[in-house]
Design a protein around this ligand. Structure first.
Ligand code: NAD
Length: 433
């Protein structure tokens, strides 16, 4: 099938590359000329495991191309995936102006039947508005269908998630578009949940909000564990063995971040409000998330007594492992708070330093975890990259000014840290002091 993917970011690039890998003829579009010129030189602007090779292979085999020519891409495609950003506006609502702008161009150019697929995360009723706008402005008055096909990929595991999804959600309201979407996704042999468009839009926001709720729930329990002297890891294990609950997303830590959960929860609250529902549960989920971050900073402040003039080594800047994405990363808020306290920050992240440099000029970027530990009064773990789980702790201790580790992701065992001679503070477990 001939596919245009509009918006070549984390979602668009993975969508484009994977559909090409499945044998389709794909053109990825972006308004960012620099991004497209880099992609045309095999330079992938994001870090996503396996994506470089997949893009290179499919370009070489002629199934994948990159362009800034949106009009041509629309004209020459049967199916158009809208993958542009929907960032939060100041009031928390999703900014759908990029989606509207693409819909406007489609209406202007389209002269034959197309399936227009919203893959970006959008408020419920956006599909309806996209369809109306295209219908009103389409000068050729041709037939088309709008479909909602929300994306559930996780950065860091995006290709695997796309190729082996738990489910594919397709909101469509015509048999023709249903058959086209079915054919497109058939090779994945995954369960397809067909719904109406509005239900598909809500499935996306409801799913992300549910996962955010699970994270905030376990974080709230971690606070209770700290007060009671219990161990959150054991509590999560005991809860998670219940199949109705499940162990995933029960990892206590410094709260969720990234480009999806914070903005989608906020947007869902606003959408519900507009529809006439006060989503108090989700507001509380956000509150717990903010508090978790603040409490973590307090733990650091308490452990160091006076932060001013201290050197703090940070391990991990990206909002999660295996990505370079810094959008709404917990590290940003934590580092800013520590800088306000007068700390000197040294940081190491395997992939996100480039993007972090656009946010923080004044921190020292290290080439490895040992450089970050060198001369530090405390080592703070913010992102649970695998390489941090296998550090030479004896070497770390010998390099630090003071052997204090504050772990926001519970990657070490308190008892083994005690044996290594560290003061060790983590989440929802007894401190080793
Ligand atoms: P992104 O910012 O990485 O990419 C969006 C791209 O769209 C940018 O490159 C931008 O230049 C481009 N763009 C904007 N307007 C355009 C236009 N008129 N024509 C062509 N290109 C245009 O964003 P992302 O992380 O890929 O997210 C895209 C959407 O997918 C969002 O709605 C997001 O919520 C959703 N989503 C993201 C993830 C994720 O993990 N990142 C997962 C699921 C869903």
């Amino acid at each position: 099938m001939k596919i245009a993917v509009i918006g070549s970011g984390y979602v668009g690039l993975v969508t484009g590359a994977c559909f090409a890998e499945l044998g389709n003829d794909v053109i990825c579009v972006d308004i960012d000329e620099d991004k497209i010129s880099r992609l045309n030189n095999n330079i992938v602007p994001i870090y996503e495991p396996g994506l470089d090779e997949m893009i290179r292979r499919n370009r070489k085999e002629g199934r994948l191309g990159f362009t800034t020519d949106l009009r041509k891409a629309i004209k020459e495609s049967d199916v158009i995936f809208i993958c542009v950003g929907t960032p939060p506006k100041e009031n928390g609502e999703a900014d759908v102006s990029y989606v509207e702008s693409v819909a406007g161009t489609i209406a202007d150019v389209m002269d034959s039947y197309k399936v227009i697929v919203e893959k970006s995360t959008v408020p419920v009723e956006t599909g309806e508005k996209v369809a109306k706008s295209i219908k009103d402005y389409n000068i050729h008055k041709v037939d088309f269908d709008v479909v909602s096909n929300p994306e559930f990929l996780r950065e860091g595991a995006a290709i695997d998630d796309f190729m082996h999804p738990d489910r594919i959600v397709i909101g469509c309201e015509s048999e023709k578009s249903r058959q086209i979407m079915k054919k497109l996704y058939e090779p994945l042999k995954a369960p397809i949940c067909f719904t109406d468009i509005k239900s598909a839009e809500i499935i996306k926001h409801a799913s992300n909000s549910f996962l955010a709720t699970k994270i905030s729930f376990i974080n709230a329990i971690s606070g209770i564990c700290e007060l009671a002297g219990a161990d959150i890891e054991k509590v999560a294990e005991g809860m998670g063995l219940d199949k109705r609950i499940g162990r995933r997303f029960l990892n206590a830590g410094i709260g969720y971040g990234g480009f999806c959960f914070p903005k989608d929860a906020e947007a869902f609250i606003r959408i519900s409000e507009k529809l006439g529902y006060d989503f108090r549960l989700l507001k509380e989920v956000q509150e717990v998330n903010h508090a978790q971050r603040k409490n973590f900073v307090k733990k650091i402040e308490k452990a160091l007594w006076v932060v001013k003039g201290k050197t703090i080594g940070i391990l991990g800047l990206a909002f999660k492992p295996d990505t370079d994405d810094m959008r709404f990363a917990p590290s940003v808020e934590i580092i800013k708070a520590l800088q306000m306290d007068g700390a000197k920050i040294k940081a190491y992240d395997p992939k996100a330093a480039g993007k972090a440099r656009e946010i923080f000029k004044e921190i020292i970027y290290c080439d490895n975890p040992y450089d970050a530990a060198k001369g530090s009064d405390a080592l703070v773990i913010i992102t649970e990259w695998d390489e941090f789980k296998e550090l030479d702790l004896k070497k770390i201790k010998s390099l630090m000014k003071h052997p204090l580790v504050i772990d926001g992701r519970n990657i070490y065992e308190p008892e083994s840290m005690r044996k290594e001679g560290f003061a060790y503070i983590s989440i929802g477990r007894k401190d080793v002091v």
